[in-house]
Design a protein around this ligand. Structure first.
Ligand SMILES: *Cc1c(COP(=O)(O)O)cnc(C)c1O
Length: 393
């Protein structure tokens, strides 16, 4: 089962679970049985022999596990290479399908703080003639359902709003948005890459039509994800990858059996741990914050309560952000967002919730997860305290 905490502290302490998670040992074990000659290695699309049937069965079991996580039908799950591809398929696929019936126009509603995997395809669609409304978050990073309602137009072909913001951890009320979109007959896409195992997902109750997942954010392997595509009322999406007609024509390519199996086991574990894991991680996160909240100039970015269990994004008042990150040598954390770490420009998410360039530069995202221990948290508290005190001197 899951590896338990090694007694010796491993440094730097990994506190970047929002960027990616280690693969759960049970997931890795299941994957290893679907690679080599002695295992289930065949092409799941091979219909003429036992090897192929076994691979197909493994993939379909995994598909069922992902569907169960979402309260969906297995036939509504399309395998992708990750949440980036799932977002692209949802946005471009829905927009293109809409265009087939409506040669001009087309309006997309999204938010200003989506992951780049949503923002960039939306911008590309804008270049193709779609008009776009980008909803502004409030100071906590929430998008309000009433903003979605007010933005809808007769030619709105898609609404796309994320569930948990990857930088802040702020949670938006996607169920209320789903109700508004369903009443207007507008397809509703949710990027839920950060949600699995943290918050309950239920595409029926939340009235979601398209939903993106990524295995590596939920203790599964990198390189696999899924898009949920509703069958009733059915949502039409145009394929973006052609070649062989796999996945009901929506996404061609030989399925990576071991990756699918890994994501399936990860999804089953996410469901199984939902009752206990988020509460444990929240307690650790609050212990960390409680240990540093009195440092001069420090403040929490995001929502005080409507926040995913592992997330702690904070601005360190008067510290130089770059120097801060460099000085926190014993911690593996992120400056705002891993995806922005390559560039020195301040996070567009932190800017959108009202932080100045300097405040955004002086912000850090610490994210805890399944293997975070009390010992690691206490070590992080001491390390952050001593570094900040030195920098403020
Ligand atoms: C990580 C992440 C993605 C991208 O997922 P990949 O599987 O790495 O492509 C998209 N959206 C959000 C909110 C994420 O956190």
């Amino acid at each position: 089962m899951t590896e338990r905490q090694p007694s010796a502290l491993q440094t730097p302490v990994y506190l970047d679970y929002a960027a990616t998670t280690p693969v759960d040992p049970a997931v890795a074990e299941a994957m290893a049985k679907h690679l080599t000659r002695g295992g289930v290695f065949a092409n799941p699309a091979s219909r003429s022999h036992l090897y192929g049937w076994q691979a197909e069965e493994a993939v379909e079991t995994a598909r069922g596990q992902v569907a169960t996580l979402l309260n969906a039908d297995p036939r509504e799950i399309v395998w992708t290479s990750g949440a980036t591809e799932a977002d692209n398929l949802a946005l471009k696929g829905a927009a293109q399908a809409w265009r087939e019936d409506n040669p001009t126009g087309g309006h997309i509603v999204t938010s200003a703080i989506e992951h780049k995997a949503v923002l960039d395809p939306v911008q590309w669609l804008e270049g193709q003639g779609f008009s776009v409304t980008r909803l502004a978050p409030d100071a906590s990073g929430q998008i309000q359902p009433e903003q979605v309602r007010a933005a809808l137009r007769p030619d709105t072909c898609l609404v796309s709003v994320m569930h948990i913001n990857n930088e802040l951890g702020t949670v938006s009320d996607v169920a209320a948005m789903g109700a508004i979109c369903r009443a207007q007959g507008v397809p509703f896409h949710v990027d839920a890459a950060q949600s699995a195992g943290k918050l309950a997902l239920d595409v029926a109750a939340q009235q979601i039509d398209l939903l993106s997942l990524s295995a590596h954010k939920m203790y599964g392997p990198k390189g696999i994800g899924a898009l949920y595509v509703r069958r009733d009322p059915s949502v039409r999406i145009a394929a973006q990858i052609h070649g062989g007609g796999h996945e009901r024509g929506m996404r061609s390519g030989t399925l990576p059996t071991h990756q699918c199996v890994g994501m399936g086991v990860a999804a089953a574990q996410a469901s199984a741990h939902l009752e206990t894991e988020p509460a444990r991680i929240t307690a650790l996160r609050d212990r960390l914050w409680g240990g540093i909240a009195d440092l001069p100039g420090i403040r929490l970015n995001g929502h005080a309560t409507e926040r995913a269990c592992g997330h702690l994004n904070m601005a360190f008042g008067d510290c130089d952000g770059e120097l801060l990150l460099l000085s926190l040598r014993e911690l593996a954390v992120s400056s705002g967002s891993a995806c922005n770490s390559a560039s020195l420009s301040p996070s567009y998410v932190l800017k959108a919730i009202g932080l100045s360039d300097a405040q955004a530069q002086a912000s850090l995202r610490v994210s805890l997860g399944r293997y975070t221990t009390e010992q690691e948290v206490d070590f992080a508290v001491e390390h952050i305290r001593s570094v900040v005190k030195k920098l403020l001197h």
